[in-house]
Ligand binder design. Structure first.
Ligand code: SF4
Ligand code: SF4
Length: 562
């Protein structure tokens, strides 16, 4: 195809104009990211790159979460990547050149692009059917932007196929110009639309934390920093702000949220979008809570992690929710039940009004040995529920029997304070850090190296979150520990083929710690007929007791555990 000089000049002007508009918008986004705090997300570059290849380039997470819809998205994404190079070649032809030459390579690349165009067309038709005909309840409506993007991609694919197979001069040139103008318009439209995620998601996945629901410690020592949690936009990290741009409004987080599913106002997607809205309007002096996010929704979150775990674009919901709770707590704006929990933790070192001495009763009753420095191998961290809750003490009793039967050298602390989990999840970082400091001092004074926990929440805190305070221990959840005992032949099981049982994956074991296989293997090794719930493993449905909500009244909607 030949191009006249004036056509080349027009093309050059259009390209330059499009690039300038695009760069101006990118600059605006970068300026918005700079409203947030600096946070180092450039560490572990090799590990980040590996995850990037798997989750972004090969789209593994999107496809595994929803195979059909995910594969449609993946087709569009792969097509997009392939078309990037093809697009450069397309514009080169407008100036009389070519990137690929006219030989075999060009023919192979063009043939692959042809197949991809057809697959992308199928992909966007299936996405359009889902949005406009099936009308998935988890998508946002109306969404003219989605219609525009679907149309633009459709035009690009159809015009590409015309360019490939049609040889009539006028039709060919008209298609070439439509294809070119659509690309240039697309480039400028993306940063203005929610489809900015096409550009942002790969970065967001790259910078995502390696720990689900990572809660970074507040610097309470340095009073000048006034690090009390999140109140204004400037209290968020730049990654929190990037999350807003990466959100594709797919609604997967909302679909999984136990609070939303029990008719409460909390909607994790709206938390992310509210932050984006505040940033977009540059409301830098306006507190987020009540101006953009209702205070009550913060206390409806069970910190189950389902939202963050399912999100295909690397959005981290929980640092925002806990960060906002922290500031509310620092301002004493928390539910009255939380106030009772804090007072009890300060006075009794457990979240209830139990005398800490009561703990001795269960230790004596079950004949549990005390931990002896340099003699005992494992510390059994009993946890507040085992210490004081009579129902949960059945679990403790069973665990003690198992440890005795397997001749494990274990012991418990003479006095055990709460690990601090409810305080941290309810936003009271000061109380949490003081409990952590006291506990680590005791554990280090006894030279404790290995800890078994009887509770998934204690497991997470002791294993992952004590590290930030120099509390480094080998921590085992009892389900994992028991499985190892069986596999090492230290525990012989009796078989019972007459019982059927259901195993409910605790959020803090399945999603947070990826422990789903061991409990099931233990159950099936006893001969019990294991039945699966509808939502299992890392998609399990929360029991409704996490994030401190166990202690709060559930006043809105239905109860999560019903
Ligand atoms: S952590 Fe769980 S309860 Fe909280 S917003 Fe996410 S899905 Fe909802
Ligand atoms: S936060 Fe993630 S899961 Fe939720 S709507 Fe946005 S992209 Fe989807």
């Amino acid at each position: 195809m030949e191009f006249l000089l004036f056509e080349k000049i027009i093309l050059l002007i259009l390209i330059l104009l499009s690039i300038i508009i695009f760069l101006l918008q990118v600059r605006k986004i970068i300026n918005n990211l700079r409203l947030g705090k600096y946070e180092n997300r450039f560490d572990k570059a090799g590990k980040r790159l590996k995850r990037f290849l798997s989750q972004v380039i090969f789209q593994s997470k999107v496809i595994s979460n929803r195979p059909i819809v995910g594969f449609s998205h993946a087709l569009v994404f792969w097509g997009f990547l392939f078309f990037l190079l093809g697009t450069l070649n397309h514009f080169a032809t407008g100036f009389g050149g070519t990137l690929f030459g006219y030989g075999l390579f060009n023919e192979i690349y063009s043939s692959i692009l042809t197949i991809i165009s057809i697959l992308v067309l199928i992909g966007i038709i299936s996405l359009a059917v889902r949005r406009y005909i099936i009308k998935s309840p988890w998508l946002t409506y109306p969404s003219p932007e989605s219609g525009i993007i679907i149309s633009l991609i459709g035009i690009l694919m159809v015009t590409y196929l015309i360019l490939r197979f049609y040889h009539n001069g006028t039709v060919l040139k008209t298609s070439w110009w439509i294809h070119s103008i659509t690309i240039l318009f697309f480039l400028d439209y993306i940063p203005m639309s929610k489809h900015l995620h096409l550009m942002v998601c790969p970065f967001n996945e790259f910078f995502k934390s390696f720990t689900l629901a990572e809660i970074r410690p507040l610097d309470l020592e340095n009073l000048e920093k006034e690090d009390f949690g999140i109140n204004l936009i400037s209290d968020f990290s730049w990654k929190d702000i990037l999350d807003g741009y990466a959100c594709i409004l797919c609604g997967r987080c909302t679909e999984q949220c136990p609070a939303y599913n029990s008719s409460k106002e909390l909607n994790p997607r709206e938390i992310v979008l509210s932050v984006k809205e505040a940033v977009r309007k540059r409301k830098i002096d306006k507190p987020l809570v009540e101006n953009f996010i209702p205070a009550k929704v913060l206390w409806q979150c069970t910190t189950c992690g389902a939202c963050e775990s399912i999100c295909p674009t690397g959005v981290e919901h929980l640092p925002k929710i806990i960060g906002l709770r922290r500031f509310q707590t620092a301002e004493s704006k928390f539910p009255s039940e939380a106030s009772t929990v804090f007072k009890n933790l300060e006075k009794n070192f457990n979240p209830w009004n139990y005398n800490p001495e009561n703990r001795n009763d269960i230790i004596k009753k079950l004949n549990i040995p005390l931990y002896k420095k340099d003699e005992t191998e494992y510390l059994l961290w009993m946890g507040c529920f085992s210490n004081y809750d009579q129902e949960y003490q059945k679990v403790l009793s069973a665990l003690i029997n198992v440890l005795f039967a397997a001749k494990v050298n274990f012991g418990v602390l003479e006095q055990e304070k709460c690990c601090g989990e409810p305080a941290r999840r309810l936003g009271n970082e000061f109380l949490f850090q003081s409990l952590v400091a006291e506990n680590i001092e005791v554990l280090n004074s006894l030279n404790v190296k290995k800890i078994i926990t009887a509770c998934p929440h204690g497991y997470r805190i002791l294993k992952e979150e004590y590290k930030d305070f120099n509390g480094n221990f080998d921590v085992f959840h009892h389900s994992f520990f028991i499985y190892e005992l069986i596999m090492n032949g230290k525990l012989k099981l009796k078989h019972n083929n007459e019982i059927s049982a259901v195993y409910q994956d605790p959020c803090y074991l399945s999603r947070y710690a990826n422990i789903t296989a061991e409990p099931r293997k233990i159950i099936t090794k006893t001969g019990i007929n294991l039945k699966e719930l509808k939502r299992t493993k890392n998609k399990s449905f929360c029991c409704g007791g996490g994030g401190g909500t166990f202690f709060l009244e559930e006043t809105e909607g239905s109860r999560i555990n019903h």
